[in-house]
Design a protein around this ligand. Structure first.
Ligand code: ASP
Length: 332
């Protein structure tokens, strides 16, 4: 019997200075394949009648396990040479939410965020406490070296070197953020299940060379993630501080719920607010009827969407997404 109830999954793998000249053909293919695998994993959950929350976890889990994205396995390094991970998740039917920040040993931070949402009385746990809680919940704990990748380590060395140059020309201790290019990224997913429930999740390693326990927007409910069945599910990526200051995810949802703004327009309004204070990035947005938007004001955003027709639509650069009919059978 044909499934008439809408199901939908939309993902992003970070926005930023992603240009054709910077991305080799091999890397573009690798990203495209990883995005397709993430969509396949989340879509399989929705198709089998699973919840939007579980679809978000499955889709993000694939990207966390890939060294390509700045989340989980491929996370960037902080100034101290650690991978300090953050994630959050929210369920649109109950407004339940969970988040973790500053964790260094949890293989899949999105699962830890989910455990906080479902197994604790809290919304956010950080650092060692979050790690102890995740271990108690039976989540996979790994040695921090699991997150080591040479590519990210080299990025850190470059960022540190640049900071030294900056300091030479700038009196006083440097607290400047790394430049915007490839030093950030984040993954996120929004989903609609056949029961009409929305969910959103986001996971990141934050910024290369971040210091002093810096936490971005990704684990903050309302800034990097929001889901409310009355409006939309949202996941953000971009210059975290500006997304926090504009409460980007909630701001988008509020425009849809209270001002009845079309979803793409609401996202563009928020990105314009962010641009006005010197930030940039992207938002993926999904409503309870399955309408979605993937908006960004950077040169690129890794992104993809899939719905009842089972056709994945993938994109990196501006312009229409490319349909991909042949989804990989299973996640790696
Ligand atoms: N929003 C993330 C952060 O500020 C980074 C990103 O999405 O590129 O930590």
């Amino acid at each position: 019997m044909a499934d008439t109830l809408p199901i939908r999954l939309v993902i992003h793998g970070g926005a930023g200075a992603i240009t054709r000249s910077r991305l080799t053909v091999e890397r573009e293919q690798a990203y495209t394949q990883a995005l397709a695998q993430s969509l396949a994993a989340g879509y399989a959950v929705l198709e089998a009648g699973g919840s939007s929350v579980d679809a978000v976890i499955a889709a993000i889990g694939v990207m966390e396990d890939s060294p390509l994205f700045n989340a989980g396995r491929g996370a960037v390094f902080s100034h101290a040479g650690r991978n300090e991970l953050e994630a959050s998740i929210m369920e649109g039917s109950t407004l339940m939410a969970g988040a973790v920040a500053a964790v260094t040993t949890i293989r899949n931070p999105i699962r830890a965020a989910h455990a906080v949402m479902t197994k604790s009385a809290h919304v956010m746990l950080i650092g060692e406490g979050a790690e102890a809680f995740a271990a108690e919940q039976g989540l996979e704990i790994v040695d921090p070296s699991y997150f080591y990748t040479q590519y990210r380590w080299d990025q850190l060395q470059k960022a540190i070197a640049k900071e030294h140059v900056l300091r030479d020309h700038d009196a006083g201790p440097t607290t400047s953020l790394p430049d915007r290019d490839e030093k950030r990224g984040t993954v996120g997913a929004v989903a609609l299940d056949r029961y009409g429930n929305l969910a959103a999740g986001t996971s990141t390693g934050g910024l290369t060379n971040k210091r002093f326990g810096r936490v971005g927007d990704s684990p903050l409910i309302g800034a990097g993630t929001y889901a409310d069945n009355r409006s939309i599910a949202v996941s953000a990526t971009g210059t975290g501080e500006m997304f926090i200051r504009t409460l980007a995810a909630f701001n988008t949802a509020a425009q849809v719920r209270l001002q009845h703004a079309p979803i793409a327009e609401a996202a563009d309004n928020v990105l314009a607010e962010i641009a006005a204070i010197g930030g940039d990035g992207g938002l993926i947005v999904l409503d309870a009827t399955g309408n979605y938007a993937m908006r960004f004001n950077t040169s690129g955003m890794y992104r993809g969407a899939i719905g009842n027709d089972g056709i994945a639509r993938l994109g990196i650069f501006p312009g229409a997404e490319t349909p991909v009919t042949c989804l990989p059978a299973s996640a790696p």
